[in-house]
Structure formats: structure tokens, C-alpha cells
Design a protein around this ligand. Structure first.
Ligand SMILES: Cc1cc2nc3c(=O)[nH]c(=O)nc-3n(C[C@H](O)[C@H](O)[C@H](O)COP(=O)(O)O)c2cc1C
Length: 159
């Protein structure tokens, strides 16, 4: 599947102490329209999966073309990832990586399914924040950027 290109997201949530947690994910899929539902597949045993299930919600930060450093940070060994990025707490309480994402979807967990070494997490989208930018891409083990400019109508932030 590494030869099947995807966008790149950082899934963020809060652990039991209220500390922000997050990990880079490419397994983001749109599942249903009504209600709008996303699916992410998180490695079992990850503290980030524990945070998502305990908190009952998560944010999907869809990274823009300048977000590669953040994608690598949230997939790497750095223990305090949030100390190295600009983030803010959304009204939902969830941590948003506003500077690195062209859109952020806040989701409420509506389903969990363990499948071998990963858990599929379904989340109903509650709010969406739009920023400017076009997607960061990942495929064949490399990051790249969307080759076309952002349409003007997509440049205006909306909430
Ligand atoms: C581009 C990219 C996409 C990734 N997608 C996923 C994913 O969908 N699910 C997953 O569990 N890990 C994914 N990973 C790996 C995690 O980001 C990585 O294992 C991270 O360290 C997990 O955080 P943790 O070790 O603190 O649990 C991806 C990594 C990269 C670089």
C-alpha cells in the first residue's frame, strides 16, 4: 500500500490527565456523509489510541504542504511533540495544529473495532475549521506537495 498515495493527518486528542497527544496518520477515510463520519486506523498499544478511546473524541488535522516537519515529528521518537509545534486548544478542548493544517475536523468517537494489530476508530464530525493551503501527500515512502495552487474560494478561512 506504500505505492498508493494518501494525504497526511495528525490525529490529536487528550489523555486522562488532559495532556495533548497526537500521531501522524495516513489511514484517514471518509465513511459516511450523513452523519459525516471519518475512520482512522491506530496501532494497538499506542498511548494515542488509549487517549482517543478514553477521551471519546479526537481531531483530524489535515496537514498542508508545509507540514512535512510536523508529520515527521508526530511519527518520530520525540517524547514531547507538542512542545515543538504551534498548537491551540479548540473550544471543544481538543488540541489543534492550526498552523500546519488546511483543515481540522473535531470528531466524537462513535465506534471501535479491533482488527489484529490496529483498532479502527469511527468518529462523527462535529465541527470543521478551514485554513488556507493544499494537502501534504505521502506515497512510495516520500512526502510531496499538491502540484496545483489552492483555488481562491478555498483560501478564506471558515468555521
Ligand atoms: C506518513 C505516515 C503515515 C502514518 N499513518 C499511520 C496510521 O494511519 N496509523 C498508525 O497507527 N500509524 C501510522 N503511522 C505511524 C505513526 O505515526 C508512528 O508509529 C508514531 O510514532 C505513533 O506514535 P506513538 O509511537 O507515540 O504511538 C504513520 C507514519 C507516517 C510517517
Amino acid at each position: 500500500m506504500s505505492s498508493f498515495p494518501t494525504g497526511v493527518a495528525v490525529v490529536t486528542s487528550l489523555d486522562a490527565e488532559g495532556t495533548p497527544r497526537g500521531m501522524t496518520c495516513s489511514s484517514v477515510t471518509s465513511v459516511t456523509v450523513a452523519p459525516p463520519t471519518l475512520l482512522v486506523s491506530l496501532r494497538r498499544g499506542s498511548a494515542k489510541l488509549e487517549a482517543v478511546t478514553a477521551h471519546g473524541g479526537f481531531a483530524v488535522n489535515l496537514l498542508h504542504g508545509d507540514g512535512q516537519r510536523t508529520a515527521e515529528l508526530f511519527a518520530g521518537p520525540e517524547p514531547d511533540r507538542f512542545a515543538r509545534v504551534c498548537w491551540r486548544r479548540a473550544p471543544s478542548g481538543l488540541p489543534h495544529l492550526a498552523d500546519d493544517a488546511f483543515a481540522v475536523a473535531d470528531c466524537r468517537v462513535t465506534g471501535l473495532l479491533d482488527v489484529h494489530d490496529h483498532t479502527l476508530v469511527l468518529g462523527e464530525v462535529r465541527t470543521i475549521v478551514r485554513n488556507a493551503g493544499t494537502p501534504l501527500l505521502y506515497g512510495l515512502g516520500r512526502f510531496s506537495t499538491w502540484p496545483h495552487p489552492c483555488p481562491p474560494s478555498d483560501n478564506a478561512p471558515s468555521h
